[in-house]
Design a binder for this molecule. Structure first.
Ligand SMILES: *Cc1c(COP(=O)(O)O)cnc(C)c1O
Length: 228
């Protein structure tokens, strides 16, 4: 199946799941995850209409960025090292992996220098697996309360990675919890903090995620095939 065909399939699966979404008029952004891929498949997905692309390494964005259309919206979905912020602050559309004050301070500094406000999602480690990244559930509120002083960061919502288990109900539960947290956090009504986006769902679980209210799914394998 061609990349264009697979995108169609993923989009139609998203639509099906949307009819079960808890939101009345759900919008779901498909972020095509292109880590490890060369330019050709990315261009193919672009030609099929995709404009949002996700990478988990700064280096890969830097390599690909100059060779691809300038209206691509690049999403950084993987862990961001503080010392790399300066390379991408002018290129990135959204950072999905904000998970420390130290990182927020650096984003603020670099964004202020170029007079940009960077949309960010706070990564939450609900599954609490072996992954070392993401805030613990209990840390999120205090973290968000520290955000208003960063005038060049706008928090747009939360992100999580579902647990690597086969039990769908456990995955669903994690997504459900993230949505509940987002609703609670929006009640804080903090300046510079909006809870509009929920970045959750990958190839194995994006339909479940959309059914639980995801607004951004990060899909690689289901569009481009397995990575080697
Ligand atoms: C690689 C990756 C994805 C996409 O994973 P697939 O299973 O290939 O769809 C999504 N989110 C993050 C954070 C990733 O690193």
């Amino acid at each position: 199946m061609s990349i264009a065909c697979k995108i169609k399939t993923v989009k139609s699966n998203i639509e099906k799941a949307q009819s079960n979404s808890p939101d009345s008029a759900p919008k779901v952004c498909l972020v095509a995850v292109t880590k490890t891929l060369g330019l050709e498949p990315i261009q193919e997905a672009y030609d099929a209409g995709v404009r949002d692309f996700g990478e988990n390494r700064v280096q890969e964005i830097l390599e690909k960025y100059p060779h691809l259309p300038s209206d691509i919206r690049w999403h950084l979905i993987g862990h961001l090292q503080t010392n790399k912020v300066k390379y991408i602050v002018d290129k990135i559309f959204m950072i999905h992996s904000l998970d420390s004050l130290h990182l927020a301070e650096e984003i603020e500094k670099r964004a202020a220098a170029i007079d940009r406000v960077i949309p960010c999602l706070v990564q939450v480690n609900i599954a609490d697996e072996d992954t070392k990244f993401g805030l613990k559930e209990g840390e999120v509120e205090d973290f968000l309360k520290a955000m208003p002083r960063f005038s060049h960061i706008r928090i747009e919502g939360l992100m999580t990675i579902g647990p690597h288990v086969s039990d769908e109900s456990r995955i669903r539960d994690v997504f459900h919890q993230l949505r509940g947290m987002s609703q609670n956090m929006s009640k804080l009504a903090l300046p510079n903090v909006r809870m509009r986006e929920l970045s959750m769902g990958m190839s194995g679980d994006y339909m479940t995620a959309v059914e639980e209210g995801s607004t951004m799914v990060r899909v690689g394998t289901s569009i481009f095939g397995p990575r080697f």
